[in-house]
Design a protein around this ligand. Structure first.
Ligand SMILES: C[S@@+](CC[C@H](N)C(=O)[O-])C[C@H]1O[C@@H](n2cnc3c(N)ncnc32)[C@H](O)[C@@H]1O
Length: 269
């Protein structure tokens, strides 16, 4: 992964350094290189927010642990980037943890996490694949993914970068490759994110960096239900208000009014 792709790791490392962190990610500092810190500082100065990254982190950790405790043994993290769960959650050794990102994106993470290689308790397999093409699904199966067994799918931080048709194709593929008992953990900007004038400067910044945010959803739970999932979706504001019984309400510093964002857990029953 190019260093510039570690901005989310810098955000998680900053949270980890808080006196009372909402998310603990002791491995994120290992991925916070001087260059990625400078990139993150620039994005935050342009109005970027950190809440979505930190909150989906704990939301996903809890949901992933719950699913594994119920017996799921395979995890597929799409657009894994600087995700460190395979290293930091002490996952059962029977867990097969697949990470997919664009070709060449995951190698730098593997190098930077070499000092904590012994903490990788599960079996991790990484694949370089463009998720806009259909080949990733075949490659995943060739690597050992078993569609007949329940899986946890993690899709965090990807949706804003895809076109609507590309994202829907991806979600259909995930559905096709999932059996009963599977869980999908996924986040997305709320459509209000794009309408809020407070985000205009940051959206222009992302566009100027060639990483324009494109997609958002008015009703993310409804979208997932239309694709066959039993979904629970929450905005950051709803989580802050305590609407979700199984996730601690995030502190106000992670839920500024302009951070219109969804996090969701969906299941196939
Ligand atoms: C904002 S980062 C999120 C990374 C990680 N999931 C996290 O939450 O920290 C977006 C990731 O999506 C990956 N990505 C973007 N477009 C992709 C594509 N077409 N296929 C595979 N990965 C892609 C990027 O390389 C990057 O690692």
């Amino acid at each position: 992964m190019r260093e510039t792709g570690f901005i989310t790791a810098v955000i998680r490392a900053m949270e980890n350094d808080q006196l009372d962190p909402y998310l603990v990610d002791r491995h994120a500092p290992l991925l916070s290189t001087p260059r990625s810190k400078a990139m993150a500082a620039e994005a935050l100065a342009a109005g970027g927010t950190v809440g979505s990254v930190v909150v989906r982190g704990l939301f996903g950790d809890i949901a992933l642990r719950d699913a594994l405790a119920e017996g799921v043994t395979q995890v597929v993290c799409l657009a894994a980037g600087s995700d460190t769960r395979a290293w930091r959650l002490g996952l059962p050794s029977a867990t097969l943890f697949f990470e997919i990102d664009l070709p060449g994106q995951l190698e730098a993470k593997e190098t930077l996490l070499a000092p904590v290689r012994d903490q990788l308790s599960c079996r991790r397999l990484s694949l370089g694949q463009d998720l806009r093409r259909d080949t990733w699904a075949q490659e995943l199966q060739a690597a050992g993914y078993a569609p007949g067994r329940p899986a946890v799918w993690i899709v965090e931080g990807l949706l804003p970068y895809l076109r609507s048709d590309q994202f829907t194709r991806l979600i259909r593929s995930v559905r096709k490759m999932s059996c009963r008992g599977s869980v999908l953990l996924i986040d997305a900007p709320h459509a209000d994110y794009y309408r809020d004038p407070a985000n205009a400067k940051f959206l222009a910044f992302m566009k100027s960096r060639g990483s324009a945010f494109q997609l958002g959803s008015e009703d993310f739970g409804g979208y997932l239900r239309r694709h066959g999932w039993q979904a629970e979706a929450y905005t950051l504001a709803q989580l802050r208000a305590g609407t979700c019984a199984w996730v601690p309400p995030p502190p106000a510093r992670l839920c500024p009014p302009r951070d219109h964002h969804w996090v969701a857990r969906a299941r196939l029953a």
